[in-house]
Design a protein around this ligand. Structure first.
Ligand code: SF4
Length: 336
């Protein structure tokens, strides 16, 4: 899987590093002082990840927890994300990571103690001034479960939320890798959220990710073990049969989990920053986005015109309610 594994000198004896190196015996191991000396130093085209992929085992310095943009999650409470990895093994053709880093190589930040401390400090600071809940999201720059058997970090993050029941943690994923979570006792404030799209959209756009049925099987496994589940229908991509295809998907979902049991459903329409849009055009020139009308909006994002976005969001929300979702559990992501 990895051609080279770069390990920061200070981390060579970490049990996580040892576990990774044991699993990838044929990868060349290179010891370095600091990942920043190598990662992104030479621009590596995004699609080169199909041929050669390297891994960095590193420590995250600087800001470990960051405030999430407005309209990122359920409104009324502050949202933060924490950074425990960069880049992803999947290849969704709309992924914003393709315009974000100069390299698709993976970075695992394994200084989990410092990251969890930063989360806990943020919770305490918030609770000194407010009695509202506070949210933390993993997976802003990666998929939070896809490689969790390698990063071995879920438990240390969950422990923070065991001690802080008024704070919420979300693991966002398109994977079906629930192995690590299955062994952990569920907590009401730790939510695993699955991004879902109709089966044919997953096949066309979420390249190398598990199919809809495989993701639904993963949801069932976690739900049966008592883990709270949330759903993201994001990105919603327009097609002539959009209503039928979301109805079909919702029918499959409610065979797996009633929507009344889903903590929340977020809806978001496909959108790109200008840089990502350029990359998508270059990397996936045949993709269906280029057959629809797209505009550059006042927030500098490339997206469908507002009436079309509102129609799409309204229609899918209506379907969610028809299939049993509670009105207050459905929210629009990144849409004012
Ligand atoms: S799963 Fe998420 S992070 Fe990974 S390629 Fe797809 S959109 Fe990007």
């Amino acid at each position: 899987m990895f051609d080279k594994i770069y390990v920061e000198k200070e981390l060579t004896h970490s049990p996580i590093t040892e576990n990774i190196l044991k699993r990838f015996k044929s990868s060349e191991v290179v010891i370095i002082d600091n990942y920043e000396e190598v990662f992104q130093k030479v621009k590596k085209p995004y699609l080169q990840k199909r041929e050669t992929l390297n891994l960095f085992v590193a420590q995250k310095k600087g800001a470990l927890v960051k405030e999430a943009p407005d309209a990122y999650g359920l409104s009324g409470e502050p949202h933060y994300y924490f950074i425990n990895a960069y880049n992803c093994i999947y290849e969704c053709n709309y992924c914003y990571l393709q315009g974000y880093f100069h390299s698709p190589d993976l970075v695992f930040f394994i200084n989990h103690e410092e990251i969890t401390q930063a989360i806990e400090d943020t919770i305490h600071r918030h609770q000194e001034v407010s009695d509202k809940g506070i949210w933390f999201h993993a997976g802003e720059f990666s998929d939070s479960l896809a490689l969790s058997h390698l990063t071995q970090d879920l438990e240390s993050y969950i422990d923070v939320f065991k001690r802080n029941p008024r704070a919420y943690l979300e693991f966002r994923t398109k994977s079906a890798n629930t192995r690590a979570l299955e062994d952990i006792s569920p907590l009401p404030n730790v939510i695993t959220s699955f991004s879902l799209s109709p089966a044919d959209k997953i096949k066309d756009n979420d390249l190398k990710t598990p199919s809809l049925n495989t993701r639904l099987a993963a949801i069932k496994k976690l739900r049966d073990k008592g883990h709270p589940i949330a759903l993201h229908f994001d990105p919603i991509i327009y097609t002539d049969d959009i209503v039928e295809s979301y109805e079909e998907m919702l029918e499959l979902i409610i065979e797996t989990i009633p929507l009344t049991e889903v903590e929340y459903i977020s809806l978001g329409v496909v959108r790109f920053t200008k840089d990502v849009y350029k990359q998508v055009k270059m990397n996936y020139p045949e993709s269906e986005y280029f057959y629809s009308e797209l505009i550059t909006s006042h927030d500098n994002k490339v997206k469908y015109p507002r009436p079309m976005r509102l129609w799409l969001l309204g229609k899918i929300k209506e379907l969610c309610l028809k299939y049993g979702a509670k009105k207050e559990s459905v929210y629009l992501c990144m849409e004012e």
